[in-house]
Design a binder for this molecule. Structure first.
Ligand SMILES: Cc1cc2nc3c(=O)[nH]c(=O)nc-3n(C[C@H](O)[C@H](O)[C@H](O)COP(=O)(O)OP(=O)(O)OC[C@H]3O[C@@H](n4cnc5c(N)ncnc54)[C@H](O)[C@@H]3O)c2cc1C
Length: 450
């Protein structure tokens, strides 16, 4: 078969890799000048460096993403240290692990800043939360995560210490926006995966930049397998004839014939592409319901070490949104003789994103100075601010079931992308799981034809 894959982010890359592995002829069409989509490294001439567009953390249940790394030969570049650190204003730290003794302490309500009766209330609320996640009450998708925490009596101190951060980490959005059903489903996915693999949930990180991790190995595989990659190829429509896909048309009018198409564009780019697909109205409904969430990342090149205790630290009680700092020296084994690179991530950065680079840098440095005594006298050699207004998507109450399946009503056409239906939300794993399913749909169709 000649298979066309539209979109060169993780979902499109994994689709193209796995279709090529299955022996098909593949053409990958990407709108931009390079591959990688939302997981990319960016050259910064001022410091002659290529930092990432934002930290991407892994969860131990990311099995499809790991399969992709196996395919492109870079699995060795992910580390799972099994812990992160929560840092208090003033510099105090507490190591948080995701299993073992630390996990047990968290389960009993022993969290930073949670004291007295709140510990007991936290333990009780956590039991209710897990029970309701495993057996969701019918109203769970009608309320926000914020309302859910209030209903089950989760103390504010436990929310500040852990649960609001978990919701933002899992859903990409604030607890007062995200449907309660989304973090509940993800907790169940995590528990199920931990049971299947008999290992506690843990968080990992790439030890190399995102291009080396995701793109370089794929490009080598494409060259070896004869996959045609076309940059700056913008698809305007997926073409359908008699309920069977016939190819795609680019914005310049070129028609590229195909026996199969995987459409792996983000949710905010899909409108218009599938007008010829029966049932496209339902697919487009996702566009209305899955709204973009901004992330602001800053790569701060400083003249000295700020004395981080761990590779990644969550700042307790930051600006009200999840604030994290990443020690690139430790993570990427960088030589600190020229400068020290720290990356900060602000998720759900609705207010921050509108500010100027200078303001954002000032805010981040003020924050670092209040949490890290060694940052007090630090000088910023260079600040690289990355604003991504469309980083992830929010899933609001009432939107359960809105994400479309990879299988479409058109023979030979499958959808992929983090927004299509998977066990995960807007994640790298969601992108790769969707690709695995889309490829399965295409391969099933081809074997039926034989
Ligand atoms: C700053 C940041 C931090 C994140 N942190 C994490 C994290 O810690 N853990 C995690 O799991 N996930 C994280 N994510 C989310 C994760 O990056 C995404 O969920 C995932 O990369 C989405 O992959 P995708 O292939 O579905 O979409 P994309 O990566 O967006 O790829 C889609 C591609 O389609 C192309 N395209 C669009 N329209 C067309 C067209 N008409 N024709 C041709 N090509 C087209 C686009 O240019 C793009 O390259 C983060 C995202 C960001 C931005």
């Amino acid at each position: 078969m000649h298979c066309v894959v539209v979109g060169g982010g993780l979902a499109g890359l994994a689709s193209a890799v796995w279709l090529a592995e299955a022996g098909h002829r593949v053409t990958l069409l990407e709108r931009r000048g390079s591959l990688g989509g939302r997981t990319i490294a960016m050259p910064v001439a001022a410091v002659d460096d290529v930092p990432d567009n934002g930290q991407h953390v892994f969860a131990s249940g990311y099995q499809h993403l790991m399969r992709y790394l196996d395919s492109v030969g870079t699995r060795e570049h992910v580390a799972f240290p099994g812990h992160m650190t929560v840092r208090m204003p003033g510099g105090g730290t507490r190591r948080s692990a995701f299993g073992g003794v630390a996990g047990l302490r968290a389960a009993t309500g022993d969290l930073p800043g949670v004291t007295g009766l709140d510990r007991w209330r936290t333990a009780r609320a956590q039991v209710t939360l897990i029970r309701q996640a495993l057996r969701p009450p019918p109203w769970l998708d009608d309320i926000t995560a914020d309302e859910w925490f209030r209903r089950i009596g989760m103390p504010q101190s436990a929310r500040d210490a852990l649960w609001d951060g978990i919701v933002i980490g899992l859903t990409g959005d604030k607890p007062d926006i995200s449907s309660a059903k989304v973090p509940a489903d993800l907790l169940v996915t995590g528990i199920r995966r931990a049971r299947e693999t008999r290992t506690p949930i843990s968080i990992g990180y790439p030890t190399v930049d995102l291009d080396t991790l995701f793109v370089d190995g794929a490009e080598k595989l494409f060259a070896d397998a004869g996959v045609v990659v076309r940059h700056r190829a913008v698809v305007a429509s997926v073409d359908v004839l008699d309920d069977t896909v016939s190819g795609v048309t680019l914005t310049d009018g070129e028609h590229i014939p195909a026996d199969a198409v995987i459409c792996a564009v983000p949710v905010w780019n899909v409108r218009g592409l599938l007008d010829q697909v029966p049932g496209h109205e339902q697919i487009y409904a996702a566009v209305e319901n899955l709204t973009p969430v901004p992330i602001v990342s800053v790569n701060l090149y400083l003249d000295r070490s700020i004395g981080m205790a761990d590779w990644g630290e969550i700042l307790y009680g930051g600006e009200g949104v999840l604030e994290q700092v990443w020690d690139r020296q430790r993570m990427h084994d960088r030589d600190p003789s020229r400068h020290h690179l720290y990356s900060t991530t602000v998720s759900a950065a609705y207010e921050l994103i509108a500010k100027s680079n200078v303001e954002i840098t000032d805010i981040q440095m003020r924050m670092l100075r209040s949490y890290y005594p060694d940052a007090a006298g630090a000088t910023v050699i260079h600040s690289h601010v990355v604003r991504m207004p469309k980083s992830t998507f929010a899933q609001r109450p009432g939107s359960a079931g809105i994400r479309p399946d990879q299988r479409t009503e058109v023979k030979g056409l499958a959808l992929a992308g983090d927004w299509t239906r998977t066990d995960w939300t807007t994640t790298m794993e969601g992108a790769c799981q969707s690709a695995a399913r889309a490829v399965e749909v295409i391969l099933e169709g081809s074997s039926e034809d034989r």
